[in-house]
Design a protein around this ligand. Structure first.
Ligand SMILES: Cc1cc2nc3c(=O)[nH]c(=O)nc-3n(C[C@H](O)[C@H](O)[C@H](O)COP(=O)(O)OP(=O)(O)OC[C@H]3O[C@@H](n4cnc5c(N)ncnc54)[C@H](O)[C@@H]3O)c2cc1C
Length: 364
């Protein structure tokens, strides 16, 4: 059986690894001239680590990821709102490194660059996987009337410090009015940071690092130090969009949608790529167990409710997080978080990250 995966982002490459594990012949078609990920770091939550484990890659990712450090949520003065003990809550890696680990599980002949797919009709395959991201052409071809992704009202900056940042850092999220800042240490002493703020779409500044400094440079330590350790040219800025109307199905005929093509969500829970990797594992397991076409129907039944739920929770997390701007609302949220036992504060998140991966074995 032969599958063509359209799009070689984290979702597409993970799906290719999963499909090969259950015996499919796979080719990934990527329109960019080279494989790889631009972007800074990315957090792999426990659910994604289980999916990577099913692919046989979790240990490699752990080795290059966040050391076991404590973490939590703070206000902008650095006062703890939620404390989380050191553990396996998130493994942050550089995106380029994660992509390399995924690619290393595939023979080179499976990976083809410089090919932009215009229509799934052109593809000769038993299965087509639309993993072509938030602006998915495959999704448009399958569901032409579906409303396009919308602006989520916020813009985000990301970068990774290039010099090792010696101090033992915690994983952290800092919530201020209308703005948040996140810190994720990587395994090699570099630090991935992000900032997000409410803003009209389409903004750009000559000095994006300066913009971030203006927003959060006066917040608690070590935020200013991290910004100082960041070369200005490495700061990426992206407006945040989401697919607010989910497709009526993740499957049509021999085509399955996956990752941002199926459920592009706001990044407030750090679950976009995590759930994209889950998708590939579930798709491959369903095909191994039920074959075509039942495996695809099973995939849709399993994944669509999950994609809708995680996207909705992510939107809600934003509303309760950096999107709160009024001082009274911010103070009330902070008081509530401070009063809450840690177990209650993390319980909401753990209902999403408790996801278990199916086993991948070529049993048909
Ligand atoms: C600021 C920010 C922070 C984030 N942080 C996190 C996080 O911490 N954790 C997390 O899990 N997620 C995070 N996300 C979300 C995550 O980045 C995405 O959900 C994930 O990268 C989607 O992967 P994908 O493979 O589905 O799509 P993409 O990464 O968009 O890949 C799609 C690929 O398809 C290719 N392509 C497109 N059209 C065609 C075509 N016609 N033919 C051939 N190739 C094509 C593109 O070139 C691209 O390589 C964040 C997102 C943002 C914006």
């Amino acid at each position: 059986m032969r599958a063509v995966v359209v799009g070689g982002g984290l979702g597409g490459v993970a799906a290719a690894v999963a499909l090969r594990k259950v015996g499919w012949d796979v080719v990934v078609l990527e329109r960019a001239a080279e494989f790889g990920e631009v972007g800074a770091g990315i957090g792999m939550m426990p659910n994604a680590m289980r999916a990577l484990d099913a692919l046989g890659l979790a240990d490699q990712v752990r080795r290059i990821g966040t050391p076991r450090v404590a973490g939590g949520v703070r206000d902008r003065r650095g006062r703890a709102l939620v404390r989380v003990a050191a553990g396996e809550h998130v493994v942050a890696v550089h995106r380029a490194d994660l992509h390399r680990v995924l690619r290393s599980a595939l023979p080179e002949r499976c990976l083809v660059t410089g090919v932009e797919v215009r229509s799934v009709e052109d593809l000769d395959a038993d299965l087509v996987v639309g993993a072509d991201g938030i602006r998915s052409r495959v999704r448009e071809e399958l569901f032409p009337g579906l409303p396009r992704p919308v602006y989520a009202g916020a813009t985000a900056w990301r970068s990774v410090t290039t010099v090792p940042f010696a101090r033992e850092l915690e994983v952290g999220q800092t919530l201020g009015p209308g703005t948040e800042f996140g810190i994720l240490p990587l395994g090699d002493d570099r630090v991935y940071w992000y900032a997000a703020t409410l803003a009209p779409a389409g903004g750009a500044a000559a000095d994006e690092l300066g913009e971030v400094r203006r927003l959060v440079g006066h917040w608690h330590r070590p935020i200013a130090d991290l910004l100082d350790a960041t070369p200005p040219g490495t700061v990426l800025r992206h407006d945040l969009h989401e697919l607010r109307t989910p497709p009526p199905s993740y499957v049509r005929g021999r085509v399955a949608l996956l990752g941002d093509a199926a459920h592009a969500m706001t990044p407030y829970l750090g679950q976009g790529a995590c759930t994209a990797i889950e998708d590939g594992v579930v798709l491959a397991a369903a095909l191994a167990r039920f074959g075509l076409p039942e495996g695809l129907a099973h995939y849709d039944r399993e994944r669509r409710p999950r994609g809708v739920k995680v996207a909705r929770r992510s939107r809600l997390a934003g509303r309760f997080g950096h999107r709160l701007r009024h001082p009274v609302a911010v103070a009330a949220r902070n008081t509530l978080l401070r009063a809450m036992p840690t177990s209650a504060a993390v319980r909401g998140m753990s209902t999403l990250t408790a996801w278990r991966a199916p086993e991948l074995s070529p049993d048909r």
